[in-house]
Design a protein. Structure first.
Ligand code: C5P
Length: 224
């Protein structure tokens, strides 16, 4: 099977729109590979923080980072987040904090960071298929994908979902600051110059505000 024969379903949208849950449900049901590109950016941000690497010395350290930066995902079990494995460690709860999210959003606006992450993302395209979750999966990284979904939901609903996810990871957050951070991150992701968050022209847009995950999967299956 060559690359062109490997089916890809892209799922883009803002934080808390349900991408992770839906990507996980589809990956488990189809037994396909999963790419949580947000977690890939988060892992790079975490790695840079841990190793005191800044944008200024990124180019100089790039080779070293490339050697060590191998991330894998385990779809895990329904109701729990997709697990992030880095250097043989499960770092899921370390990278899913709001502090890392903020740092990630700033780094992700930088072309050198996006340029570094791009080939890592394409490497996930393996048989029998790939579910790719992110912001620019359908517009940039897998613009050739046959199936493209864009999930959205009201900011209040997304903040509520985010709070539940963080609670499950044992992290308490204040609803007001969560709402503020989410709006700020949406603004940055949408307004940035490189790979802004926008639906691909040929994507199916689903507002998940009043749908449960099963309802969203049902709509996607009808589309597929
Ligand atoms: O989806 P998640 O909240 O984990 O993503 C964290 C951040 O990573 C986003 O706010 C966005 O800035 C960045 N990101 C991106 N492109 C992607 C996925 C995530 O810029 N494909």
């Amino acid at each position: 099977m060559n690359d062109l024969d490997i089916p890809v379903i892209t799922i883009d949208g803002p934080s808390g729109a349900g991408k992770g849950t839906i990507a996980q449900m589809l990956a488990l049901e189809l037994s396909w590979n999963i790419l949580d590109s947000g977690a890939l950016y988060r892992t790079l941000a975490y790695f840079m923080q841990e190793n005191k690497i800044s944008l200024n010395n990124f180019v100089e350290k790039r080779e070293e980072i490339e050697k060590r930066f191998h991330v894998s995902f385990d779809p895990g079990v329904p109701g729990e987040p997709v697990r992030v494995i880095f250097e043989d460690k499960d770092i899921t709860s370390l990278v899913r904090t709001e502090e890392i999210a903020k740092l990630t959003s700033n780094l992700a606006a930088e072309p050198i960071i996006r340029d570094f992450i791009k080939p890592c993302q394409r490497d996930f395209m393996k048989a029998p298929g790939l579910i790719a979750d992110g912001r620019d999966m359908g517009t940039v990284i897998f613009s050739d994908a046959k199936y493209k979904i864009f999930l959205t939901a009201s900011v209040e609903e997304r903040a509520k979902r985010r709070q539940t996810q963080l609670k499950r990871l044992g992290l308490e957050v204040n609803m007001r600051s969560l709402l503020h951070e989410l709006e700020e991150r949406d603004r940055k992701d949408t307004e940035r110059e490189h790979s802004p968050l926008i639906p691909a022209q040929d994507s199916m847009i689903i507002d998940t505000s009043n749908l449960n995950p099963e309802g969203v999967v049902k709509e996607i299956k009808t589309y597929l």
